[in-house]
Design a protein around this ligand. Structure first.
Ligand code: SF4
Length: 493
């Protein structure tokens, strides 16, 4: 009997990308195989949804509507909807789209194959939403998208109550994994060839709050530093409130923790931060930046900023511009505030007219572009070791360049080396040109280091390198700790 095929459509943040890896692992464990890229006829289509954006539901129902005729023409096809929007909308989804077979939430991802089977046998839609986590999702089978880099969850949920954010309602209170379990997972990944991991949590540096250990995250970083063969450690996203000096010291003193920090600012105005219920103020944020730079002068710092939060005045916005000038972010993910139903901010007075938000947004983007470009120009002439990425280089196939990430997570395009290199290998290059969002190294590679990760990539693709490079497993966003920017809203911590 031919195995049933599945297709996964992922929306939203890194949490969802990693959850989708688990959904893929569960489905493959149950005997499904991934439908070929671009194929139009998977037996099961799973939507892993995001509720952060204002129009998320319109997008979902639009997608579901497009699938309705396909399903009608193909008895036996199934559609499942999971993720944050499913957790929020529950059986509304099958009321609005009765051709959906399964709705499952953020706390019971592990039920997906069982619910699909039950819907098939009973010939009726199955809606099952758990109110709290049934098992830590990292115990579920996972189909990793990359052979060389992996996400590793340290916690799920969030104890904060930012007024623009719906995550705490949908992902629940923070639950931390045991450090031993996190480290065991990393060691197992390294044994399989992974050389870069990104520790993942909605509020990653609050790790340890379960047991009241404020230094648990710093200890975890230091423990990662003792794992032999693990070359790069990143984490996302920290909250300024929990960013202790101990974490900065752990970053600076642990050689495999990369000189990179993505720390959401959201607003530079202390008054707006108070309305956002973000428990730090402008001075505290800038002090953290100062301390990080003192400990790691070459660190690249990126951020998220929301423009036009309810009640934001021109003076408040000027405070944001001030922080951007002071902090000199390598990159900022800038978002126009949009109402998210179910959040306190959606009901606040002082919603800002769209035209005002747009105009402020453009000024912010122009300033940040200038800074990003200047910060990148400071890299010209430097020698960087770049982890060769899969996928990213394909864009530049015409010029025969490859791409990868430097230690500080900057995107580097570089001339294809003479000798064969594979995704996961390391190439040392000299930067010759800087653009606002990438660096270019046009000269010959200074060194190529073939890695276990490259071997693992080659084994996974089961295709030997002919010459030059092999590019290309399709990816859901190669986990190189690059922030997944969205069009509007917030990436959410
Ligand atoms: S924005 Fe981040 S810290 Fe705030 S509630 Fe949402 S997930 Fe938690």
């Amino acid at each position: 009997m031919t195995a049933k095929t599945y297709e996964l459509r992922t929306f939203g943040c890194q949490m969802n990308v990693h959850d989708s890896e688990r959904m893929a692992g569960l489905l493959e464990d149950a005997g499904y195989v991934r439908a070929p890229e671009g194929a139009d006829g998977a037996d099961v289509v799973v939507f892993n949804t995001c509720a952060v954006r204002e129009n998320a539901d319109n997008r979902l129902y639009g997608n579901l509507g497009q699938l309705a005729p396909r399903k009608a023409a193909r008895p036996g096809m199934q559609i499942a909807v999971g993720g944050c929007l499913a957790q929020k909308d529950r059986d509304t989804i099958v009321k609005k789209a009765p051709w959906v077979d399964v709705v499952f939430g953020t706390h019971n991802v592990g039920k997906l194959p069982v619910l699909l089977e039950r819907a098939r046998v009973r010939r009726e839609a199955q809606v099952e939403i758990a109110e709290s986590l049934e098992a830590f999702p990292s115990t579920l089978p996972t189909r990793r998208e990359s052979a060389y880099a992996a996400w590793v969850s340290v916690s799920v949920g969030c104890n904060n109550t930012c007024t623009f954010c719906i995550v705490p309602q949908l992902r629940g209170k923070e639950k931390d994994r045991k450090a031993g379990d996190v480290l065991a997972e990393i060691e197992a990944l390294v044994a399989e060839g992974v050389i870069e991991i990104t520790l993942l949590g909605q509020n990653v540096n609050a790790y340890g709050s379960d047991i009241g250990d404020r230094e648990a995250f710093g200890k975890l970083l230091r423990a990662c530093g003792r794992i032999e063969g693990l070359e790069r450690v990143r984490f996302t996203s920290p909250h300024p409130r929990d960013f202790t000096d101990d974490v900065i010291a752990a970053m600076a003193e642990t050689p495999n923790v990369m000189p990179q920090l993505h720390m959401p600012l959201q607003s530079g105005s202390s008054r707006v931060l108070k309305d956002m219920r973000r428990s730090y103020r402008q001075e505290r944020f800038l002090k953290i930046i100062e301390n990080v730079r003192a400990a790691m002068p070459r660190a690249a710092i990126s951020t998220d900023i929301i423009v036009g939060f309810p009640g934001e005045t021109e003076e408040d916005f000027q405070e944001t511009l001030h922080v951007v000038r002071e902090a000199r972010f390598a990159q900022a993910f800038t978002f126009q505030y949009s109402k998210r139903p179910g959040t306190p901010a959606a009901e606040m007075d002082g919603q800002i007219p769209k035209a005002v938000v747009q105009e402020r947004y453009e000024r912010l983007v122009a300033l940040q572009e200038e800074i990003s470009w200047a910060e990148n120009r400071a890299q010209v002439g430097r020698t960087l070791e770049v982890l060769v990425a899969e996928g990213e280089g394909r864009k530049d196939e015409a010029t025969r360049r490859l791409s990868g990430r430097a230690a500080d997570n900057r995107l580097v395009h570089f001339a294809r080396p003479e000798e064969p290199v594979r995704p996961g290998d390391m190439v040392s290059v000299k930067v010759t040109y800087a653009a606002p969002h990438h660096l270019l190294a046009e000269g010959p590679a200074l060194a190529v280091r073939r890695t276990r990760a490259g071997d693992a990539w080659e084994a996974r693709t089961a295709a030997p390198a002919p010459s030059g490079v092999m590019l290309g497993l399709p990816t859901v966003g190669a986990p190189a700790a690059r922030p997944a920017a969205q069009g509007d809203g917030c990436r959410v911590c």
